[in-house]
Design a protein around this ligand. Structure first.
Ligand code: ADP
Ligand code: CDP
Length: 247
């Protein structure tokens, strides 16, 4: 297996010469605001690719943990940043992520990875690697792509056709995450602890030096607290269609 980070989009569709230019959509925001579910549904509706950049940061974090690298040691993380081969499949109907050829979709969602990911993603060498990968994937999407994360509108794709920044109250976000945890692990979920953990991760992601979580100046902010997922999807689809008509 090559000791590099590879960029691959698994959807290679041929495009006719008079097809419209690909549309690039950046969706950012804190944890639990609905970025993944909204982005995936919007991409499926409009025939676009979909990239979950959080999954990439989780994947490199999982690799670091698996290889015994101390995630609090930024120099050790930086030295290993270009070793894992991370491949993202960008079909919204079946997004995939592999690390060195192994399916990582399950292991990247463990609590151990969630607790370590902010430290790993704060390391500039990690961000440089993953950002390069993200730009290559976006550039190869035949009809366009919805890319979701924390720094897509500010850093990764500053020329995106549309930038959306999703927000929601900490209580709504904790309730949504709690629902997911219950579905995955069963039993009782402590919503206060879930809320505190979300806020801690937001704080770490917003205060790091390199490419922090931040709304781009030209992003449209959508507060999803009182909206259903369907309403948020409809809102983003309308914003994209407006941009396309204005081209
Ligand atoms: N507007 C919404 N109303 C209620 N639940 C939502 C809404 N948007 C997303 N969800 C649910 O909240 C959970 C977290 O959403 P997700 O898309 O993973 O957020 P993020 O990617 O921002 O962390 C998922 O279970 C999702 O189905
Ligand atoms: N563009 C991005 C996306 C994620 N991340 C990091 O990756 C972590 C996990 O992202 P995620 O989107 O899977 O997070 P949640 O869906 O759990 O909120 C974040 O907490 C950030 O530390 C980042 O730094 N930049």
């Amino acid at each position: 297996m090559p000791d590099t980070v590879a960029a691959t989009s698994r959807q290679a569709t041929s495009v006719s010469p008079d097809a419209p230019a690909p549309v690039i959509v950046a969706i950012d925001g804190p944890s639990g605001t609905g970025k993944s579910s909204t982005s995936r549904a919007v991409a499926a509706k409009l025939g676009l690719n979909y990239l979950d950049t959080g999954a990439q940061y989780r994947a490199i974090t999982w690799w670091m943990l698996k290889h015994g690298i101390d995630v609090r040691d930024a120099a050790a993380v930086a030295a290993a940043a270009d070793r894992p081969e991370i491949v993202s499949g960008t079909d919204p109907a079946d997004p995939t992520i592999t690390v060195d050829g192994a399916d990582a979709s399950g292991p990247i969602r463990t609590q151990e990875v969630t607790d370590a990911v902010s430290a790993v993603s704060a390391v500039p060498e990690v961000r440089a690697r993953i950002t390069e990968l993200q730009r290559a994937i976006a550039a190869s999407a035949p009809t366009g792509i919805v890319v979701e994360g924390r720094d897509i509108g500010t850093t990764v794709l500053p020329d995106a056709d549309l930038k959306v920044f999703l927000t929601a109250s900490p209580e709504a976000r904790a309730a949504r995450r709690g629902g997911e945890l219950k579905g995955r692990e069963g039993g009782q979920v402590d919503l206060d602890a879930t809320r505190e953990a979300l806020l801690r991760r937001d704080a770490a992601d917003s205060t790091r030096k390199t490419s922090p979580l931040k709304k781009a100046d030209d992003a449209v902010e959508v507060d999803t607290t009182e909206l259903t997922l369907e309403q948020v999807v409809e809102c983003v689809v309308t914003l994209i269609e407006e941009k396309q008509q204005a081209r």
